[in-house]
Design a protein around this ligand. Structure first.
Ligand code: IMP
Ligand code: MG
Length: 181
């Protein structure tokens, strides 16, 4: 059964169903498996928002792959970007000479992704790519790039499939527009 969860009161509509997400994540996994054949890439999941995405993505990559996680805080508990990115937990393994793929939930201004790309680039990876489930249309600062993108979404705050509003709704199996406080 798809999308068995009722839409909570703070959300307006489902923007991406569980089925749409699964289809797209499967495509991204196949693309990454092809692009990185023989290279044993290191997926670096940015916690906590990319938790369900990276869990599904890594299983869609039918090739050797490693996983590490970083914890950053950028938004705090607000729905407005603070513009400040703080690394709460860094990588466990060395990124040097590895084929690194950063895995994010959403690129809004892109400041978080840009900061993390610079942070990892400084460690001398063999290659460095950015993968994000979502990007908000037309909001990115200049020079922000994403190599593997799931979906572009309209300029509305969203929750579900890892994305939160004040730590709630990460467990929704779909992505929905958030209309709460
Ligand atoms: P950026 O630095 O402006 O690109 O913001 C990226 C980060 O802000 C993401 O990693 C999310 O944690 C958070 N974020 C941005 N938009 C949303 C949203 O619509 N819902 C939930 N979190 C969001
Ligand atoms: Mg995040």
């Amino acid at each position: 059964m798809l999308d068995p969860y009722p839409i909570p009161g703070d959300t307006a509509e489902i923007l991406l169903t569980a089925e749409q997400i699964a289809t797209r994540v499967g495509e991204l996994g196949r693309q990454i498996a092809t692009d990185y054949a023989g290279n044993n890439p290191l997926l670096v999941a940015i916690m906590k928002g990319s938790t369900p995405f990276v869990a599904d993505l890594m299983r869609a990559i039918e090739a050797p792959v490693e996983l590490d996680v970083m914890c950053v805080s950028s938004y705090g508990d607000d729905t407005q970007s603070s513009g400040v990115v703080k690394i709460v937990k860094d990588l466990d393994v060395a990124a040097a000479d590895r084929h690194v793929i950063l895995v994010e939930d959403i690129i809004d201004s892109g400041l978080t992704m840009r900061f993390l790309l610079e942070h990892l680039e400084a460690q001398g990876p063999a290659s460095l790519a950015a993968c994000s489930l979502l990007a908000r249309e037309g909001q990115q600062a200049p020079g922000v790039r994403v190599d593997y993108l799931g979906f572009e979404i309209p300029p509305t705050f969203v929750v579900g499939y890892g994305l939160d509003a004040r730590q709630q709704y990460r467990n929704l199996p779909y992505v929905a527009a958030y209309t709460g406080p």
